[in-house]
Structures are given as C-alpha cells and as structure tokens.
Design a protein around this ligand. Structure first.
Ligand SMILES: [Zn+2]
Length: 510
C-alpha cells in the first residue's frame, strides 16, 4: 500500500547510568574505566547462591527523577528477572523491574523543532542493572564485567514523537534534567546515557503500523539520523507495497545506516519472572520529602527565567543553562556585578558598561570563559565568579579596554590574582585623564588637516582613524571609548569654528 503521508510514531527508551559509588546490587565500585574486571564479585558475576542487595542510592535517584517529572511514585515496587542468553550476562538474566516499576506516568516539557514547548507523557521509570561490556578483537571476544551490575534508570516515553528532530530535542532536554538533578553525568560518548527507539508509521486511516526497534545511537545527532533513516526505510517498503517486519536494528553511525540484528523479541521471549532474591523496593514518605527537598530548578524553567529576569536573548539563555554549573556561575557573576554597583559607576554607562550587567556578563561567559574551558578541557570556569565580576567592572569603568581584558583574564586563570593587580603588572591601565587625552586629541587633529576636512565633508568613518592615532600617540594607554567621545567633542567645536571662519571669506572646500 502506498502511504506517502504516513505519520511517524516514535517512542524512546532511555538508559541513564546512575551516579553511585557502588553497583546496583553489590558493593563493587562503579569505576568502569579501571582495568578490565577490576571490580567484580560473586554477585555481579552471577555465581550461584550469591545474593543481591539493592543499593539505596539507586532508589533515591529513581524517586528524585520521578518527583522532578511528576510521576506517580509507588510505595512498593518489585524486581523481575529478564532472561536472555549472551556472554555479557553471566547470570542468564538481567535484574530489572517489569510489572511493578517504581514510577509510572509523569511529563517532561521540551522545546521542539518548531520552537514551541511540548509536553511528553512518560510511561514509566524503573531501576535495573547494566550488562557487561564485550570487546571484539579479531576472532576473539573479550568480556569486561566492570560494567555488569552498574545501576541504570530506564525512562520510557509514550510513543508521542512525530519527528526524529523532536525525539533528539527531547533527549537533549532529558540529559539536562538528569545532569541538573545530579542523577547521571549525561555522557552519551562514554555510554552513561543511551537511547533506543521504537518507530512505526501510522497509516493515513489512523491504524498503527508495525514497530521496529533501533539501538546503538551514541549521540544526539545519531538519534536524529538513525530515526530519519528508519522512517525513510519504512516509507520505501510501504511505497513498494511491502510490509514492515517487526525487527531490532543496530545503527552504524559511520556507515550512516542500520542493519537488522534479529527479529524483535516480544515480552514473552524474555520469560520475565519475579526476582526471588530481592524484596520489594519500599518508598517511604521520608524518601519523597528528601527528593522534594533536593529537586533543583529544572533547566527549561531556568532558561525561561533567564529570558524574563535578565532580558537575555534566547540563544544566551539556552547556552548559559546548558550546564547547571555554568548557569550558577552566570548568576553569581551578575549578583556580584549588581551588588558592587555604586554611584561611582554612574560614568560606567557612558564608557561602555551595559546598563544591563546581565548581558555584559553573558557575553563574557559565552565568549571568553566557555571558550577557555573548551580549549583547556576544564569542567569549570578558570576564575571565580567574584573575580570575573571585578574584571567586568574594570572594563565598565574604563580601567582596561575590552580587548586587553582578555589578556587579563588569561593571566587571572593562572594566578588567581585580582584583575587590577594584573592590569598594572601588564601595563594595561587605560589613560582616563581627560586633560592629557584632550591634548593628544588636539595634536592628532592638527597633524591631520586633510582627514579633518574629509570628516566635515561627511566621511564620519574617519573617527576610527582618529581614535587609532590617539591610541598610537598614547602608546596604547588611552581609553578608546573616552578618546572617541573627546574626539567628537573637539571635531564639532573645530567644525563650528571652521564653518564660521570660512563663510565670510567664501573659501571653498579643498
Ligand atoms: Zn559485584
């Protein structure tokens, strides 16, 4: 049947590695990157008779995420065994939650590809353990059980997405929420955040199509590419009069295509059964209260607040709230800037300090600070918020030029000294003595009569040339903004005199 207008229906299953010190059901360390098999014990190796015990931190994380997203938290939830045979699973089953997950329902808002906010309903959030990692070397396959038993939260959405771009946008937002809540480090690269998706095409008559599952998407970009690829594949099948077969596909990012791994298992294939070695997980009122007390302002709400409270452009609000630590840093800098403003700052507006310190701070953080962090591979800003605020004040009150301040910032990152100290050490203090500056302005104008005449004739761009000349004459110590103001003053006076002098004599322009 030809269904060119069939609407994609996408649901996501996201696995987030919970930031805990020990594994989900044993005391082994979660340092998965250590030497292979450094962190194993009879429980996570699946030795017969070894008894799992739930790590309370995993339950706390599940309750926190559930409360943050408005899920129903169940006082009792049960663990189940999901059976399959594979070398990454020594027990022959994975401990997960099946019929009685810890959280059901809930909603998460995200900004879709159309630029508006959408609410996506969640099916559930449940706790489970990760499998081991297999490394394939030539003919040999090696197993690293450091990852076996690592705690995961699985977040399952309703099949509510109609485009690959929206699914990827949701993933980005969920990543922010998980990182803001301190539940997961959010690294898709390292595998601490993973995404599987169900895809089908709803027929134009509204009837559902056959679902396929696509796995192994290791970046947000991969999520979008893989889903678009699968949507196109299903469309082509339907268009050619063929049926979509239920299947699991493995995305190959390098090849830009997926390969069909196996016919998709149904729930029955896993022979789920209750886990007899674990009692139900019990959530008490204390759990709920503790979670509520530690829910941070969620990233999208914070982004909205940045737009309103600080009147920032949309891009600034998005970039600054991408990481919670940067959003905190920005607000700290603004707090220091506003707290430190006094009457002596009245002139600051004139010399360049924005009337809105927030945008000024945002420019510096989005530019120099984030760039510096990227280049040095840092996870936090190279200078304290209070120090950056001091430097911004130095720019605002004309102590240092914006371009010289970049050098000051780099030096501050190394020494953590006060900006004023560094400005003096590097000889970057701007000349703000108006009498000296006026004298230099006069010298410059007198030395360039031709350019003055051209300026009066309308070539206002020459102001930049004059500023450059003043800077040169002052050995780079003049405040360019102040120089520009004094130049304009001098030129207008000069122009009046010139006009008065020239009209009676009838002298034309030369
Ligand atoms: Zn263990």
């Amino acid at each position: 049947m030809d269904e060119p207008n069939a609407v994609p229906v996408i649901g996501l299953e996201i696995h987030a590695q919970v930031l805990t010190r020990s594994k989900a059901f044993c005391g082994c360390s979660t340092a998965v990157a250590d030497a292979p098999n450094a962190h194993t014990c009879p429980v996570c190796l699946g030795h017969p008779g070894a008894l799992p015990v739930l790590n309370a931190a995993v339950l706390r994380a599940a309750v926190l995420l559930g409360r943050a997203l408005g899920s129903d938290i169940h006082p009792r939830s049960a663990f189940a065994r999901k059976h399959y045979f594979y070398p990454d699973l020594p027990k022959g089953y994975q401990i997960t939650q099946h019929r009685e997950p810890v959280c059901t329902g809930g909603t998460m808002a995200f900004v879709g590809s159309d630029g508006t906010e959408h609410d996506i309903r969640l099916e559930r959030i449940h706790m489970e353990e990760d499998a081991a990692r297999l490394l394939h070397r030539g003919d040999a396959s090696l197993a690293d059980y450091n990852r076996a038993g690592i705690p995961l939260l699985e977040i399952v959405t309703t099949p509510a997405f109609t485009s690959a771009a929206d699914a990827a946008a949701f993933m980005r937002e969920l990543r922010r929420v998980l990182v803001y809540c301190g539940i997961c480090d959010g690294s898709m690269e390292r595998g601490s955040l993973r995404c599987d998706a169900n895809v089908s095409l709803r027929r134009t008559d509204g009837s559902p199509g056959t679902r396929t599952e696509i796995k192994n998407m290791n970046s947000f970009r991969a999520v979008e590419r893989a889903l678009n690829w699968e949507i196109a594949r299903q469309r082509a099948l339907l268009k050619g009069g063929k049926a979509v077969a239920s299947a699991t596909l493995l995305w190959d990012e390098d090849a830009g295509e997926a390969r069909i791994m196996r016919g998709k298992e149904s729930s029955a294939d896993y022979h789920y059964m209750p886990e007899p070695d674990l009692p139900p997980a019990v959530v008490t009122q204390e759990h709920i209260d503790a979670a509520d007390a530690s829910i941070p302002e969620l990233p999208l709400a914070r982004q909205r607040r940045f737009l309103e409270k600080y009147a920032l452009p949309a891009l600034d609000a998005e970039v600054l709230t991408a990481e919670r630590s940067i959003a905190d840093y920005f607000e700290d800098v603004v707090r220091h800037l506003t707290a430190a403003r006094t009457d002596s700052d009245a002139g600051a507006v004139e010399t360049g300090m924005r009337t809105v310190p927030a945008k000024f701070a945002s420019n510096w953080i989005m530019g120099e600070v984030l760039r510096g962090m990227r280049e040095a591979g840092l996870s936090s800003p190279p200078v304290e918020a209070a120090r950056l605020a001091e430097l911004l004040r130095c720019i605002g009150d004309g102590t240092v030029s914006g371009s010289a301040a970049k050098r000051v910032l780099a030096a501050m990152a190394e020494s953590n000294n006060a900006p004023e100290e560094i400005i003096d050490r590097l000889g970057l203090r701007l000349l703000r003595d108006d009498d000296t500056l006026r004298a230099q302005v006069r010298e410059v104008l007198n030395a360039h009569p031709k350019q003055c005449a051209a300026f009066y004739a309308g070539k206002e761009k020459l102001l930049g040339f004059f500023v450059g000349q003043v800077m040169q004459r002052s050995g780079g110590s003049a405040d360019p903004k102040r120089a520009a103001i004094l130049l304009r003053e001098a030129l207008s006076r000069h122009g009046d005199e010139d006009a008065n002098a020239s009209s009676p004599s009838g002298k034309g322009e030369s």
